[in-house]
Design a protein around this ligand. Structure first.
Ligand SMILES: *Cc1c(COP(=O)(O)O)cnc(C)c1O
Length: 364
């Protein structure tokens, strides 16, 4: 079962044939084989991947990654609390949109999309407004591929005892981190990013004490983080409502393959190799990455659109797709650009193939 093209996008991304094959079976959503045999091991493995510290738990939530973010923001921030969202791209902005829609008390701190978030500015914002109780930000801002300074930001928030929410959607599993070491209260990611599963659910790794404080606070029934967690805890991995069984089974396979690869460190090295090969090759072809090397993640890279008047993204995209590669449009607000992801079941030879296709497809 071959794919018509290779996805060089940050999720859904290219998955292995074995992950896709794991979906070729129907599972009963309340049976022990499924809940005790598949869901519970996944929950434990996610915690192990996230931290060596004790006191952490995990919960799976139906929906795309955004549902996980919405479940956390809507459940963790009490009515009397105030959320500070740090923004340097579309996904930070989306967190603020969610907070507004839910009617949370909200403050935002925004820097330019091509700049990383600043721990110093965070400290200043927290010093200026003592009513802020929760801080949320994106680790790898997929808009640009910028890797925000996770340790410094966490430290600044924790120095003032704030509850810490990190959207690690596009980095968890592909970039080493320890949630306990960083004192993160809620870390959010989803099935179809660096774990290399297929889309259908998000997951939250949280400090148990922080999870307990969510009780009765949710602004939504289906996205009630505490209730979902309690159901999984008390009923051996049972989801409250229909769970995406095929997707969950594929995710278990993806986790096994992450382990076979050598864990997060090995995967990170593969992604870094992919990204370096990509940038070196693109620079040879005359393209320019938009983000400074210091902040660039191995996840996704933004390239400025060529100056050539004849350049047209749609035509470029179609030319590459015809050659077997799918890239991503740009998302940086002020700049004409495009993005290429280097995560997923993607190896050096794939990146080399893409570079050859780009050279061949250039029409301007
Ligand atoms: C992918 C992603 C999300 C979630 O997006 P969905 O389309 O809802 O899965 C959130 N934040 C970041 C940083 C992401 O990369």
């Amino acid at each position: 079962m071959n794919n018509p093209y290779l996805l060089l996008t940050p999720g859904p991304l290219s998955t292995s044939a074995t992950v896709r094959e794991a979906m070729m079976k129907d599972w009963c959503t309340w049976d022990d084989d499924y809940n005790q045999g598949v869901v519970q091991p996944i929950r434990r493995q996610l915690v192990r991947l996230a931290t060596a510290h004790s006191g952490y738990t995990s919960v799976l939530m139906q929906g795309s990654g955004t549902a996980g973010v919405e479940a956390v923001l809507g459940s963790a921030v009490p009515a009397e609390g105030k959320l500070l969202v740090l923004i340097n791209g579309a996904y930070g902005r989306r967190m603020a949109d969610i907070a507004r829609c839910l009617g949370l008390r909200l403050a935002t701190m925004e820097v330019a999309e091509t700049e990383p978030l600043s721990a110093e500015l965070l400290s200043q914002a927290l010093a200026a407004d003592a009513s802020i109780s929760h801080v949320a930000f994106v680790h790898c801002e997929t808009t640009t591929g910028i890797l925000n300074p996770l340790a410094e930001l966490c430290q600044a928030a924790k120095a003032r005892h704030k509850t810490l929410i990190v959207d690690a959607m596009s980095s968890f599993g592909g970039v080493p981190m320890d949630a306990g070491e960083l004192a993160i209260d809620f870390l959010i990611s989803s099935a179809n990013k660096c774990i290399q599963g297929v889309p259908g659910f998000s997951f939250i790794i949280a400090r148990e004490a922080a999870m307990h404080r969510c009780e009765g606070q949710a602004r939504s029934v289906s996205l009630d983080l505490f209730d979902q967690w309690q159901c999984m805890e008390r009923q051996g991995g049972k989801w409250r409502f229909t769970s995406p069984t095929h997707v969950v089974r594929a995710f278990a396979q993806a986790l096994a393959e992450l382990e076979q690869e050598g864990g997060v460190g090995a995967r990170h090295r593969r992604y870094q190799g992919n990204q370096r090969t990509l940038v070196d090759g693109m620079e040879r072809l005359g393209f320019r990455p938009l983000v400074a090397r210091d902040w660039q993640s191995p996840v996704i890279t933004v390239f400025a659109a060529p100056e050539a008047p004849a350049y047209d993204f749609k035509r470029f995209y179609e030319g590459l797709k015809a050659r077997g590669y799918v890239i991503y449009p740009g998302k940086v607000s002020a700049v004409d650009c495009f993005r290429i992801g280097t995560i997923g079941e993607v190896y050096q030879q794939d990146v080399a193939g893409l570079l050859a296709a780009i050279e061949d497809a250039i029409f301007w």
